[in-house]
Write a protein that binds this ligand. Structure first.
Ligand SMILES: [Zn+2]
Length: 266
C-alpha cells in the first residue's frame, strides 16, 4: 500500500461521502458523522467472495492526526504554517539556513529523538520566521510521523497558568511528559530586556531538566542568543543548549552564524 497524506485521505473521504449521498439521498437523516464512510464505527463490513470481513476505515489515520492537533494546543491559524508556505526568496541567508535546519531536523527526528542532543533551537532576530519554521516542524512531526507535540508560548502560557492555578500541576506534568515540547519565545524581552520571573525560571527549569534527563526533545525559539539564555539561568541555559547543539541557528541582524557545535558553552 502506498503512503497517503492526510489530505489524500480527507479528499477520498469527501468524495466517498458525496458518492454515497448521491446513491441514497436521505434528507430525513442529517449527516452528523465525522466520517460518513464508516459512520464513526472506525471500520465497516465488506463482502469478499462469500466472506464478510471487517475492514478498518481510512479515517483512523485522519482521526489520529486530528487528536494530535487538538491536544497540541496549536491554533487553527498556526496549523496552516508549513515549509511549503515559508518564503525564503529574497531573504537573508540566515533565514534560509534556519529553514534548512528545521527541515533537516524533521528528517533526522526518528534517529535523534532518543538521544540527549535531540532538540532544535532557532535564536535571535524577532520577526525572522522562527515561530513559523518551528510550527512547520511541529505540524510535520504530527502529520507525517504521528508524534505528539505540545505548544507552549512562554509569556501567554505562564500568564494563563497564573490566572488558573488549578491547571498548573496538570499542565506542568504534560509539559514534562509530552513527546515533543515546543517552547516558543523563551524569555521574550519586554522593553529591550529579557524577562522572566523567578517562578517562571523555576518552573521552566523543572520541565527542561526532566526532559534533559529523560531524553525528550524540545523545539525552542527565543530572541535571546545562547550566551544571554545562559546568563538568565546557567543550569537551565546550559541544559537547553546541550540538547539543541546539533540543530541550532542564530539569526543575527544582517550577519548570521550557524553553529552546530557550541564548544565551550556546555
Ligand atoms: Zn471512517
Amino acid at each position: 500500500m502506498t503512503k497517503r497524506t492526510i489530505d489524500d485521505v480527507l479528499k477520498e473521504l469527501e468524495n466517498k461521502s458525496r458518492l454515497s449521498q448521491a446513491d441514497k439521498p436521505d434528507e430525513s437523516v442529517p449527516n452528523t458523522y465525522d466520517c460518513p464512510r464508516c459512520k464513526d464505527e472506525f471500520g465497516f463490513i465488506e463482502r469478499r467472495g462469500d466472506m464478510e470481513v471487517w475492514v478498518a476505515c481510512a479515517c483512523r489515520e485522519w482521526r489520529r492526526a486530528q487528536r494530535l492537533f487538538k491536544s497540541s494546543e496549536i491554533t487553527e491559524e498556526f496549523k496552516k504554517l508549513s515549509f511549503e508556505n515559508f518564503r525564503t526568496a529574497g531573504k537573508h541567508q540566515s533565514v534560509k539556513d534556519a529553514c534548512e535546519c528545521a527541515h533537516e531536523y524533521v528528517q533526522a527526528y526518528p534517529d535523534v529523538c532518543g538521544r540527549r542532543r535531540n532538540s532544535i533551537a532557532l535564536l535571535g532576530n524577532p520577526g525572522s520566521g522562527k515561530t513559523h519554521l518551528l510550527t512547520a516542524a511541529a505540524n510535520d512531526l504530527m502529520r507525517r510521523l504521528h508524534v505528539p507535540v505540545l505548544y507552549f508560548p512562554f509569556v501567554e502560557g505562564f500568564n494563563d497558568l497564573k490566572r488558573d492555578f488549578t491547571l498548573l500541576e496538570d499542565k506542568l506534568n504534560r509539559m514534562k511528559q509530552i513527546e515533543v515540547l515546543f517552547l516558543d519565545d523563551l524569555f521574550k524581552p519586554a522593553g529591550g530586556k529579557p524577562r522572566a520571573t523567578e517562578w517562571q525560571i523555576e518552573q521552566t527549569y523543572s520541565i527542561v531538566n526532566y526532559r534533559y534527563l529523560n531524553h525528550k526533545p524540545i523545539l525552542l525559539s527565543s530572541e535571546l542568543e545562547a550566551e544571554e539564555i545562559v546568563r538568565m539561568d546557567e543550569a537551565l541555559g546550559t541544559r537547553l543548549l546541550e540538547m539543541c547543539q546539533d540543530f541550532l541557528v542564530v539569526l543575527k541582524g544582517n550577519s548570521f552564524e550557524i553553529n552546530h557545535r557550541l564548544e565551550g558553552m556546555v
